[in-house]
Design a protein around this ligand. Structure first.
Ligand SMILES: [Zn+2]
Length: 242
């Protein structure tokens, strides 16, 4: 199928086109936003749309779920979106593959941390933002269990554990600010009886903070350990004089 040309401008920052919102993930209705593959804000071409579920109303068969292939104009890779038809609203996205913000390199990340982060990222891909931030807070709690001193691990609350890690100087100086933000937003997601609903943009922002934390603490140090060391030139024997 030929790539559909986007209606209107192809600039994702164009404010005149109200259907384009670069802050949301791409869909067939709004083929712009952050690419789950290259993570840049981009425009997408709709490569194919296939109906995958139907409903019969008064003898008429109508598609209620579709699978859409979107190609990123930036990296050229494709994302698959499952969309649901809702009367009145038309097609709206349900889930994306690959899931946005996934950890591409988990070689050096402990399973419990990668698992909690991954679950949070999956929650975002189905727009469950309260559950997502609660899982990112859980990823932070797992980092405390992995990196913290015995005193930090024994702390009654995550707040106390983070304070102990600051006293112990376990991690870099900026850690407390990061940790406090993840902890408080995560609490808001988990305690909806007290806190306002967490918008999806806030959950996406938190995902980036926690991803950065995991990257700094595990991914980059692991890569550094395996980095190729410099090699000395082999010394050439001096030519022997005749
Ligand atoms: Zn891309």
């Amino acid at each position: 199928m030929a790539e559909q040309v986007l209606a209107g401008s192809t600039d994702p920052t164009d404010e005149d086109d109200e259907t384009l919102n670069p802050d949301t993930l791409p869909s067939s209705y709004d083929p712009s936003g952050q690419c789950p593959r290259c993570e840049r804000v981009s425009n997408f071409g709709v490569m194919a749309t296939d109906d995958i579920e139907w409903r019969t109303d008064f003898g008429r068969k109508q598609a209620v779920q579709q699978c859409v292939r979107l190609r990123c104009h930036g990296c050229g890779n494709e994302t698959v979106v499952i969309e649901q038809y809702r009367s009145g609203d038309g097609w709206s996205p349900l889930l994306w593959f690959p899931k946005p913000g996934h950890l591409s390199d988990t070689t050096d990340v402990p399973d419990a941390i990668a698992g909690a982060f991954d679950e949070g990222a999956r929650c975002i891909s189905v727009e469950a933002s309260n559950a997502a931030v609660a899982m990112f807070r859980n990823a932070l709690a797992q980092i405390v269990q992995d990196k913290g001193s015995e005193d930090a691990k024994k702390a009654k609350t995550l707040n106390d554990a983070v304070k102990q890690m600051v006293v112990d100087r376990t991690l870099h100086d900026g850690f407390k600010k990061f940790a406090d933000h993840v902890r408080t937003v995560g609490n808001a997601g988990a305690h909806q009886e007290t806190w306002a609903e967490v918008p999806i943009e806030q959950a996406q922002e938190l995902r980036e903070f926690v991803k950065h934390l995991i990257d700094t603490l595990y991914v980059q140090p692991g890569r550094l350990d395996r980095a190729i060391p410099p090699k000395k030139r082999s010394t050439q024997p001096a030519p022997s004089s005749p």
